[in-house]
Design a protein around this ligand. Structure first.
Ligand SMILES: [Zn+2]
Length: 163
């Protein structure tokens, strides 16, 4: 990478640190010719294949804006969305593939969004999974109810264990 100040083709790494999420490395560099300092950020490339066939880099911003619509009027902050987008990116990177279908991003959003806000989850799922009828909503809600009941049972059995 060329020095951004004098275009010298060489630079020296003077510091490198991994980001908190472990997904990127920031290197502090110095140009041996002009002494200018600059940073580079290195991440593994992750591309999204859209339904149209267009390939574009994965973007947390796009995940956030996609989910934000489903969260209108819900108690979900931008910070919550940022965490969700990070979880989605981590889940996708853990699969080890560098290229994924846009569809898979939608799938990876469902889990964390459900943890965040069930109403937003239902809205997102209804668009993403193309709910066509009230029965589709009924089925999704029944699933949520069943999981709630399951959680309550596990919570009370934990209490029993303590006693
Ligand atoms: Zn330079």
């Amino acid at each position: 990478m060329h020095c951004p100040f004098c275009r010298n083709p060489d630079s020296r790494v003077i510091d490198s640190r991994t980001s908190d999420d472990g997904l990127s490395i920031r290197r502090r560099r110095q140009c041996p010719k002009c002494g200018g300092r600059f940073s580079t950020v290195e991440t593994a490339s992750l591309n999204v294949i859209k339904r149209s066939g267009v390939v574009e880099p994965f973007s947390r911003e796009k995940v956030m804006s996609g989910v934000r619509k489903a969260c209108q009027g819900r108690p979900v902050t931008d910070a919550d969305l940022a965490v969700l987008a990070q979880q989605v990116e981590e889940a996708i990177r853990q699969t080890g593939s560098s290229q994924i279908d846009a569809n898979e991003i939608g799938l990876s959003i469902l889990g964390p969004l459900r943890e965040l806000d069930e109403v937003a989850y239902l809205r997102f799922a209804s668009v993403y999974q193309a709910f066509e009828s009230l029965e589709d909503f009924d089925a999704a809600i029944a699933q949520l109810r069943a999981d709630h009941a399951h959680r309550q049972v596990s919570a009370s059995s934990t209490t029993d264990d303590v006693q």
